[in-house]
Structures are given as C-alpha cells and as structure tokens.
Ligand binder design. Sequence first.
Ligand code: GDP
Ligand code: IMO
Ligand code: MG
Length: 424
Amino acid sequence: MQVDVLLGLQWGDEGKGKIVDVVTPNYEIIARFQGGPNAGHTLIFEGTKHVLHTIPSGIFRKDAINIIGNGVVIDPITLRAEIEKIESHGVTVGKNLLISKKAHLILPTHKILDKFSEESKGQHKIGSTLKGIGPTYMDKTGRNGLRMGDTQLSNFKEKYTNLVAKHKKILGNYEYQQLLDETENKWFEALEFLKKIELIDSEIYVNNALKAGKKILAEGAQGTMLDIDFGTYPYVTSSNTVTAGTCTGLGVAPTKIGEVIGIFKAYCTRVGSGPFPTELANETGAKIREIGHEYGATTGRERRCGWVDLPALKYACMINGATQLAMMKADVLDTFDTIQVCTHYEIEGKRVDYFPYDIDGLTIKPIYKELKGWKTDLTKIRTMAEAPKEFLDYITYLEGELDVPVSILSVGPDREQTIIRKKN
Ligand code: GDP
Ligand code: IMO
Ligand code: MG
C-alpha cells in the first residue's frame, strides 16, 4: 500500500480539516507529519464546530487510528486541552490516538522565545501564531530539543532544566519570569495527563501498517506557500509543509507516496505578514472576508483575502506532485457577477508566470482573466449535475491551467456540503 497525502496549496486554512474528516472513512490511519498548534483545522458536522490543532482530523470517525508523527511539534498544554474538549463531546481519546516518541516538545520558554523574536523583528515580524513553533524547530535542528520519548527517561527533569537554562541565556534581560511561572506547572501537569496516550515508534508502526495493507492518509498543516524552503521566505513557518515533508515527518519512503490531494480555496487568503500578490485590500477583499468568515481558527486574526493566484498554484502543484485537487469555499463567491483569476504577474514591465524569488520591494502587478460568476446558491448542491454552467467553466478553466483534475468540491463548511467527483 501507499500513503496518500492531503495538503494545502496556498497560505494555509484551505479547509484541510474538513476534507480529511470527509475522506477518513476511506482510510484506517490518519497521520499528521509536521507543524503543531499553529494549525487550526475546522470540522463541522451535526451542527457542531470543532477546531483541532495537533490532533489529526480523523479523530471523530470511529475506527480510525490517528497518529501525531515525528515531524510534529507538541505543546502538551494545547494537546491536553484538545483531548479534553473532544472528550466533552462524548468521543473517547485513547487507543485511537498515538504519538511518535520522536515528536519534539514545545517548552514554555519556546513560546516566550517566539514572542521575543517577533518583538525584536519590529515591523518585519513574521506574524507568527506565537505558539513556539520557530524556536522549537530551531532546537530540533540545533540538536538541543526534547522529544516526547524523553519524558519516559529518569533524567527528563534535568534535560528540561538544562534546555531552559540555555533559553534564559538567550532571553537575557527580557521579561520572561512571569510568563514562565504562569505556564510551567501546567506544562508538567499536562505531560502527566498525556501519559494515557501511547508513545510509539511511529515510523515502524506506519511502515508495518503499509505492509499489512492498511490505508493511510497524511494530513498536512499550513500550506505550500508557508513551506520553510519553498514558501515566501522569511514569511513562512519552520517546517516542510510539502509532500516531501511526509517522508521526513512520518518515516515514509518517497516510493511509498500514493495520491497527493492538493487543496485550495476558490479564492485565496493569507494570515500574518508577507507577500500576497493578489491581495484585495479593498471592498471586494472585505466582502470575501465577511461572507467566507475569514478569521483565523487559531488566533482569531483577520485573514487577508484576494483572488486565486495561478502562478503560485502551479508552483505548488509542481513542488507537491499533486495528482488531484480539492477546491473549497466556492459558495463564498456565489453572489459575485465576475470572478478574477491571476494568470501571470507583470514585474518591471515584464511578464512573469512563476512566483519570483524575492517579491519584497518589487512592484508586482497581477494580470487577471475575468470569468463569469455563477450567481447561484451552491451550498445546497450535492452532485455535479446540479452545478451551474459558469461554475463548471470555472473548474474546467482551473483544471486546464493546473493540469490536475479537481476531484473534490466543497460548497459549505459542513461535512455534508461536499461533492466527490472521483473516488480516491
Ligand atoms: P484548515 O486549516 O485548512 O483546516 O482550514 P481552517 O479550518 O483554518 O479554515 C477553513 C474555514 O473555512 C473553516 O472555518 C471551515 O469551517 C470553513 N470551510 C471549509 N470549507 C468550506 C466551504 O466549502 N465553504 C464555506 N463557506 N466554508 C468552508
Ligand atoms: P493551518 O494548518 C494559516 C502562518 C502565521 C505566520 C506564519 C508563521 O490552519 O492551515 P508560525 O506560528 O508557524 O511561526 O507562523 O505562518 N501560519 C498559518 N497560516 N494557517 C496555518 O495553519 C498557519 N500556521 C502558521 O500566520 O504568518
Ligand atoms: Mg487553519
């Protein structure tokens, strides 16, 4: 068997949580491979909204095993809160959740370092979610980090104290004591609570499951344009959000990757700082934000909104080897007379049809193709036979440009508001 991958093609918040939940019945295992509590994945079913940060979006489906892979970074406080919230909805979290021993821990001081780093950047701040992601991955690659498996060692407390001492040196005179006092006890209590979840060698588990013929879906967090290597650096997150991240974040060989489902909105959003060529800092952008409820699931921040950006999407399909696409939130555009699609950019008078290396400081003019809006309420349609012509034209145009079929269409936030065009 092979591992299928579902990941974001834009700047995150494409609707990954919703679609993973929808397709989970086709899989036995759902595994997160990178990111951490910076993610906010929303699932809506039976009238209730759930937001997941670290736990894979298969958790609400009976029989699915959910794995937090080695590439993920874990804040025990957030993870505990997530488990308690899920359990308050009557879903038991026990054998259906497994955590890699190799997943790194976000310490309270990592979150303080994140805040310290952002404040020191001033107007060039990344717009981080301040969940400690950057500093934790820095300690991972700097070979200082603590991993979930370390919590089972007798000298864990000593390792913790040594790392915190390092952090305090970096923080110098920065006011950290109060923040640390507020969270340190909670952090250790949360680790105690998490002892009820089994720690595993997830790379062995996943590969054995593949050998046994089990179907596995890897769930991405963030999006391709936030990838540490291929995103709009430095305005990115600190992990590989792309398909290759599945290999390192779960211990799956490249030859074991199956379908790659790239997910994108029928428009585009970004939260935090950084380049966004098709951003609409005007009434149209505000209209998309209001209709689409474009406010962060993790931070509540306003999301910046704009039109679909084909150069960025083509780049994302290439880097990920997307074999299928899921197009989300088309219903948000239901009332628009026309819809714009950016086909290329004009930079210093030249036509550019790929995402440039350094977009900062350049004047980028997005060039648009205008398509007719469908002016139909899509939220009630469940089959392509009911879809208006203009909507089909929009899909066909994007498929032609991206050279990848759109196999999933989402026309509303609820689990039910989904059209599967091709079974995966
Ligand atoms: P993720 O991080 O990729 O899982 O996406 P988020 O959950 O952060 O953001 C997606 C938002 O759009 C959530 O509020 C979803 O409930 C909502 N959503 C998902 N699909 C649709 C859709 O097709 N139409 C509408 N109107 N909302 C959607
Ligand atoms: P999901 O999985 C959207 C953005 C932040 C910031 C940058 C770096 O819900 O799609 P970090 O906290 O990682 O240091 O922030 O990345 N960002 C996201 N934007 N969706 C996310 O996750 C994001 N996770 C991080 O806003 O610009
Ligand atoms: Mg999100």
